[in-house]
Design a protein around this ligand. Structure first.
Ligand code: F6P
Length: 555
């Protein structure tokens, strides 16, 4: 396989980059009065304004050529056809099958996966209806009022982000809780708010071996059994997993298990049975609308020419900054309180997928790969870290995401919010020249010497890239499209870097080492050889806790 840096289009883009690095977007707007209309794309309920990027038609053509030379069209077809593109785990990556509303057959190992996808959806639908309408009751015959999802990573973040984003669609009787952290305070805080007789626990784990999730699940079960009996567990615990054996070993009847498959990656799993909390909270119809929105984006991705392809545009413009300008991070800034979990969700999606240094063929990639994704609600970010984005030394592209529809009926709020979205993007692009600062200060009557001292500090270089993504409204369908857009953007970039976006070996080492250290901390085994710093830390912990644990004898 050819690496990115060996492709002709990669090389051809370098002289163009040399020209572009000193071109200011202000001038690009002046030169092309049609720029805003041309660098604008609508797909379903999503509008992307990508005009405020340091690109021209020549840049885009070069980037599309790079995508073609990287084999993107073939890899897209392979993904949609169920080929095992996750080569290190010998698995397909078929989140698109989970929302394949056209129900066209998709084969893995010669089997059409759609019948089982649809059957699990029906199972989820029946269960969600029963919980929502009160037919599914707890052991005292009362309706469920609280759902506690216990899972971590992809088995937590997608449902948490969607339930929060779409809470205006949520069932009024149901309170949603998400427990991911093995720090017992999170579970304890939730258990203090709920009653065993009206609580349903969803134990969500693809592997059903994840230490944090199983620890929390066991503790939740012990808590429940202080009130209910063993035979009541079936009414209060369900599992979502690919691992039937481990689910039944935990004590959950597999009749209460919602299945998914190894071709669903954890961070791509909210469309699968992992989405059960979403379906229970929002209802089957809204869950299906979310799948439809994602399907719409899938169809757009696979069919639209690169020039009008939203995931390809976002992915390739990202490559332009990461690999040519040397921008190593990317900000997600939703201007919407209910989207406050979105940056964290996209962080896992992108960084666990593309945080790799080895190409699919096992050789070093040789170029930079996945960016550091970070962010926060835009309006809060403005009063915190946006300073660095405006005047810092890094080039950090920013996605500003907002709803066109007013989000509350409180007068004036939405206009203030949106004025900030548009103003920030304008400020990032235009900046403020020394002349403009001077004129402004002169108009305020400041004396010349003071002005000259302040000018360098109050000058903004501008030329800082943003994408504006506007949703007609924050509804299930548009949220489905939005998340699918980011999934495919990540895929596009992974293909260009020649990496496998669907494995995550980098999370293993720490998990492995923690097993030994845990046995040392609990006093189960005597101190083991580690580096001096780790040994010291373990000793410190033991000294602090051995009396409580009664294990001081083996200090
Ligand atoms: O450790 C990382 C990871 O494997 C993620 O990829 C995954 O989303 C998360 O842990 C949870 O895994 P599981 O669903 O198997 O419990």
């Amino acid at each position: 396989m050819k690496h990115l840096s060996e492709l002709p289009a990669w090389r051809q883009l370098w002289p163009h980059y040399e020209e572009m690095k000193s071109v200011h977007m202000r001038d690009l707007f002046t030169q092309d009065p049609d720029r805003a209309r041309r660098y604008w794309l609508e797909v379903g309920g999503l509008t992307l304004d990508y005009a405020k990027n340091r690109i021209t038609d020549q840049t885009l053509n070069g980037l599309f050529e790079l995508a073609r030379e990287s084999g993107l069209p073939e890899k897209m077809r392979a993904m949609f056809a169920g080929e095992k593109i996750n080569n290190t785990e010998n698995r397909a990556a078929l989140h698109i099958a989970l929302r394949n509303r056209a129900d066209t057959p998709i084969y893995v190992d010669g089997e059409n996966v759609m019948p089982k996808v649809n059957s699990v959806l029906r199972h989820m639908g029946r269960f969600a209806h029963a919980v929502r309408n009160g037919d599914w009751t707890g052991y005292t015959g009362q309706a469920i009022t609280d759902i506690v999802n216990i899972g971590i990573g992809g088995s937590d973040q997608g449902p948490l982000m969607m339930c929060t984003a779409l809470q205006t669609y949520g069932h009024p009787r149901l309170n949603m809780h998400f427990v991911s952290n093995v720090d017992g305070t999170q579970l304890r805080d939730v258990l203090e708010q709920v009653r065993p007789e009206t609580t349903l626990f969803i134990i969500a784990s693809k592997t059903f071996t994840t230490q944090e999730t199983l620890t929390n699940a066991h503790t939740a079960r012990d808590w429940f059994l202080r009130a209910g009996r063993e035979e009541d567990i079936a009414k209060h615990f369900v599992a979502v997993s690919t691992n039937k054996e481990a689910v039944s070993a935990f004590g959950i009847d597999t009749a209460n298990m919602f299945e998914f498959w190894n071709w669903v990656g954890g961070r791509y799993s909210l469309w699968s049975a992992i989405g059960l909390p979403i379906m229970i909270y929002l209802g089957e119809e809204n869950f299906i609308a979310m799948l439809e929105g994602a399907h719409l984006m899938d169809q757009h991705f696979i069919n639209a020419p690169f020039e009008q392809n939203m995931p390809v545009l976002l992915g390739m413009i990202g490559i332009w900054y990461i690999n040519y300008f040397g921008g190593g991070s990317h900000v997600i800034a939703p201007y919407d309180q209910h989207l406050h979990h979105l940056p964290r969700f996209i962080q896992q999606l992108d960084m666990e997928s593309n945080g790799k240094q080895t190409a699919c063929d096992g050789t070093p990639v040789g170029t930079d790969t996945g960016p550091i994704i970070w962010g926060e609600t835009g309006i809060n970010g403005q009063h915190a870290f946006f300073q660095l984005l405006h005047q810092g030394t890094h080039i950090t592209p920013i996605d500003l995401i907002a709803s066109l529809e007013k989000r509350s009926n409180l007068p004036g709020h939405h206009e203030i919010l949106l004025s900030n979205v548009f103003a920030q993007a304008e400020a990032f692009m235009r900046g403020k020249t020394a002349e403009e600062v001077r004129a402004e200060l002169q108009a305020q009557g400041m004396d010349g010497e003071k002005i000259e001292k302040l000018v360098p500090h109050k000058t903004f270089s501008g030329n800082r890239p943003t994408n504006i993504l506007l949703l007609d409204k924050i509804d299930p369908r548009n949220m489905g499209s939005l998340i699918a857009l980011y999934e495919h953007k990540v895929f596009v970039q992974g293909v260009v870097w020649g990496i496998n976006s669907f494995d995550q070996w980098g999370v293993e080492l720490g998990k492995q080492l923690a097993k030994t250290i845990l046995a040392e901390l609990t006093g189960e085994i005597p101190p083991q050889p580690h580096d001096a710093s780790t040994e010291r830390l373990i000793r410190l912990y033991r000294r602090a806790n051995c009396e409580v644990d009664g294990t001081c004898d083996i200090l």
